[in-house]
Design a protein around this ligand. Structure first.
Ligand code: CTP
Ligand code: MG
Length: 237
C-alpha cells in the first residue's frame, strides 16, 4: 500500500492574531502551508498529500492554486475542512484512495519539520506500530491547577514528574484502519480532540513515541513567526 499525508490547514489562527487564516500566512515570502506540503512531499515514503483547507470556497481555491505550484514527487489533493481540527482530519481521511494503508497526519502549523523526522515516523508504522508520535522532553515544569474564576490566581493541585512528560508533535503516523476506526467511534464534545493519537489511545490501541525535533515546533503565537523565519534564514530556504 501507499503512505499518504493529511495536512489539517483549516484553522483560523486566533492565537496568532488578526489576518489571513494561519496556514496562508507567509514565512519568508512563502505560505506556511506550502512549506508544510513540501516537508511531507520531500519524504520518499509519502506519495500523496491531502491538504484540508479553510472551508470557504475562496480559501479552497487559493489553496488549490498554491498547491498546483508545488513541484514535488507526490500527488496533492485539496479538500474543505470543518469547524474543529478533528473534523478537518476526518474530511482528509475520507478523501484517501483505497490503496493507502499508512497515514501521517501533519499540522500545517508545523511547517519546518525535518524530512528525517517524517521518514522516521513512517518507517516506525511500516515496522508494525499502529500509532507513532514524535515527541520531546519538556523544558518547563508543569503545574496542574483547579478551575478558578477568570482573572483570579489559579490554585495549584499537583506537579507531575517532568521526567515522565513529553510534548508531542506531528506528523503522527498511523495504520490507516486504526485511525479510521478512532475517527468513526470517538466523538468529542466541544472543540474536539487536540491530537489524533489521543483518539487512538481512547480506542485502547497502543501509541508509541519516537524522538521529535526542535524545528517541528508549532507556529501558534506571534513570537513563533519570528523563530520560524530565523530557522528558514539559517537554512537559506
Ligand atoms: N485545524 C484545522 N481545522 C480546524 C482547526 C484547526 O484543520 N477547524 C488545523 C490548523 O490549521 C493547524 C492544526 O489544525 O494546522 C493545529 O491547530 P492550531 O495550531 O490550533 O491552529 P489554529 O486552530 O488555526 O490556531 P488557533 O487555535 O490559535 O485558532
Ligand atoms: Mg486551534
Amino acid at each position: 500500500g501507499r503512505t499518504a499525508a493529511v495536512i489539517p490547514a483549516a484553522g483560523r489562527g486566533v492565537r496568532l492574531g488578526p489576518g489571513a487564516p494561519k496556514a496562508l500566512r507567509a514565512l519568508n515570502g512563502t505560505p506556511m502551508l506550502v512549506h508544510a506540503v513540501r516537508a511531507m512531499a520531500r519524504a520518499r515514503a509519502v506519495s500523496l498529500v491531502v491538504v484540508v483547507a479553510p472551508p470557504e470556497d475562496a480559501a479552497v481555491a487559493e489553496v488549490r492554486a498554491l498547491c498546483a505550484d508545488v513541484t514535488s514527487g507526490a500527488d496533492v489533493v485539496v479538500v474543505a475542512g470543518g469547524d474543529t481540527r478533528q473534523e478537518s482530519v476526518a474530511r482528509g481521511l475520507a478523501a484517501l484512495p483505497a490503496d493507502v494503508d499508512v497515514v501521517l497526519v501533519h499540522d500545517a502549523a508545523r511547517p519546518l519539520v525535518p524530512v528525517d523526522t517524517v521518514e522516521a515516523v513512517a518507517a516506525a508504522v511500516r515496522a508494525g506500530a499502529p500509532a507513532v508520535v514524535p515527541a520531546l522532553p519538556l523544558a518547563d515544569t508543569v503545574k496542574q491547577i483547579a478551575a478558578a474564576p477568570p482573572g483570579d490566581p489559579e490554585p495549584v493541585v499537583a506537579t507531575p514528574d517532568r521526567s515522565l512528560l513529553r510534548a508531542v508533535q506531528t506528523p503522527q503516523g498511523f495504520d490507516r484502519a486504526v485511525l479510521a476506526a478512532a475517527h468513526e467511534k470517538i466523538t468529542v464534545a466541544g472543540d474536539g480532540a487536540t491530537d489524533d493519537a489521543g483518539m487512538v489511545e481512547r480506542l485502547g490501541e497502543p501509541v508509541v513515541l519516537i524522538p521529535g525535533h526542535e524545528e517541528a515546533f508549532k507556529v501558534t503565537r506571534p513570537l513563533d513567526l519570528v523563530l520560524a523565519e530565523a530557522v528558514l534564514a539559517r537554512r537559506r530556504e
